[in-house]
Design a protein around this ligand. Structure first.
Ligand code: IMP
Ligand code: MG
Length: 202
């Protein structure tokens, strides 16, 4: 058992330090490895399975960032469920959230009376999520909770109850596992920090 733990720790260490092919040459450091993400999603999936044993929940993924997490997390939930997606864009400058969100693609489902679980990639200022929750609450779901893979520590500008959080991370810009910089890096299987040069080049 000990040997196995040691081996997987070693694999994580290797993954963190060796990030060098064409695909991810712009990544300075792996912050959360593929295996850490998958282990966490399994854990969250088990928790959600226990919490939603009643009527089939509706999972809502916030596009585009949540598309990877939605696929992985939903397969760890051992219950009948339905999925839907919303695409949103924040008004204002590219690097700062204004808190006013434009809905680019709305839901196909009616939320009234449903147990809704909103799947988000990351909670940064929290303004996007705050706006979304208000909007969705107005559609009278039976319940509404949030599952976010990442939450930046200490920088939320509004109070939010995020019931399921994968990882608390420092308030730095991260990419991978659905998260982009200028639409790139969404397909990396881990969450990483960009090299400063990458900001300048793109
Ligand atoms: P918020 O409204 O400030 O919480 O930002 C929410 C959205 O901004 C997220 O859903 C992401 O699309 C994007 N975002 C925030 N922080 C990051 C980051 O570190 N990397 C990539 N996208 C981010
Ligand atoms: Mg983005």
């Amino acid at each position: 058992m000990e040997g196995r733990v040691a081996l997987s720790d070693l694999e994580d260490a290797v993954e963190r330090s060796v990030v060098a092919d064409e695909h991810d040459k712009d990544i300075e450091r792996v912050l959360i490895s593929e295996r850490e993400i998958q282990d966490k999603l399994k854990e969250l999936g088990e928790q959600i399975t226990r919490d939603y044993a009643g009527p089939p929940p509706l999972l809502i993924g916030v596009l585009k960032g949540a598309f990877v997490m939605m696929a992985d997390l939903s397969r760890h939930i051992r219950l009948p469920l339905e999925v839907d997606f919303m695409a949103v864009a924040s008004y204002g400058a590219a690097t700062k959230t204004s808190g006013v969100v434009r809905i680019l693609k709305d839901l196909d489902h009616d939320l009234e009376g449903r147990d809704v679980l909103l799947i988000e990639d990351i909670v940064d200022s929290g303004l996007t999520l705050n706006y979304l929750l208000k909007n969705l609450r107005g559609r009278r779901p039976a319940s509404l909770e949030v599952c976010a893979l990442l939450k930046k520590t200490g920088i939320q500008r509004v109070h939010l109850d995020v019931k399921y959080v994968g990882f608390e991370i420092p308030p730095e810009f991260v990419v991978g596992y659905g998260l982009d910089f200028s639409e790139n890096f969404r397909n990396l299987p881990y969450v990483g920090l960009l090299r400063p040069e990458a900001y300048r080049d793109l």
